[in-house]
Design a protein around this ligand. Structure first.
Ligand code: FES
Length: 154
């Protein structure tokens, strides 16, 4: 963890000083500030909240909202719900993996992209869909068009 990250973590812990039941709000604030929950932050959070580092890990690992590894500036989520699966989501994912040189669940070494799959995003009529950074939905994609989405979102 960098000095800057550590300073940010200390600010967050200070803001939660004296508040009971603050583990999850602390984890949310740390992730919001740093983009993920660094391993080195866990002992600090544990000391502050009075639980073990293992318990902090357990909570962070249990909730899908928390990320224990750095994420890319752009999170590319391929919908793998039934409608998208039937319409070729697997081929879309394979093409994006090939294009980015990473596998599903990984982040490019330059920190630009994280590639992941998600359950139905509620746009089944547009299947197959890819969502960028949780709010930018692209539909009716073939593998070629999915790569073009990345170029468009640069
Ligand atoms: S299955 Fe992909 S949007 Fe519903």
């Amino acid at each position: 963890m960098s000095e800057e990250q550590l300073a940010r973590l200390r600010e967050i812990l200070a803001a939660h000083e004296g508040k009971r039941g603050s583990l999850i709000p602390i984890l949310q604030d740390v992730q919001s500030a740093l983009g993920y929950l660094p391993e080195a932050a866990m002992p600090h959070i544990a000391r502050h909240t009075g639980v073990s580092a293992g318990q902090v890990y357990g909570v962070a690992g249990f909730f899908a909202q928390f990320h224990l590894k750095p994420r890319g500036r752009k999170v590319v989520s391929v919908c793998k719900g039934t409608a998208c699966h039937v319409q070729g989501a697997t081929r879309v994912m394979e093409r994006l993996e090939e294009h980015l040189g990473i596998k599903e669940g990984e982040t490019t070494p330059d920190g630009e992209y994280t590639l992941e799959s998600v359950a139905c995003v509620g746009c089944c009529a547009l299947a197959p869909c890819v969502v960028v950074n949780n709010d930018d939905v692209h539909g009716r994609l073939d593998p070629h068009a999915a790569v073009a989405v990345l170029a468009k979102d640069k």
